[in-house]
Design a protein around this ligand. Structure first.
Ligand SMILES: [Zn+2]
Length: 111
């Protein structure tokens, strides 16, 4: 059965409507160390030993990490994470492997 108005794909009795994400252009900068990005501060907490290795990246000591406040709360930034400026001007971190498969180069503008 074909619904020419809704372009629905029928799978048995269930209609599964498909959507494609609209292409958006974002600004991003990769963070490696303190001072690389104005939105990333130091990650320091007295409750955690800065010499222990991060449980997320399993590579760098906690003292080598940053901290960013996002709309969904604060996040630890691992060296190599990308800091993305979203379409509403908000900032959030993105792991490098996810960034690589999700984003491609856009037009370069002077800042
Ligand atoms: Zn880490």
């Amino acid at each position: 059965m074909f619904d020419k108005h809704a372009c629905l794909v029928y799978d048995g009795f269930m209609a599964i409507k498909k959507y494609r994400k609209k292409p958006v252009v974002i600004e991003a900068k990769q963070w490696h160390k303190a001072g690389d990005h104005s939105e990333v501060g130091y990650y320091r907490t007295p409750a955690m030993d800065g010499q222990i290795v991060c449980g997320k990246c399993r590579t760098y000591r906690m003292h080598d990490h940053g901290w960013i406040d996002t709309l969904e709360g604060g996040h630890i930034v691992c060296p190599g994470d990308w800091i993305i400026k979203g379409i509403q001007g908000e900032y959030y971190p993105c792991k490098p492997d996810i960034f690589e498969v999700t984003y491609g180069p856009g037009r370069v503008t002077r800042v």
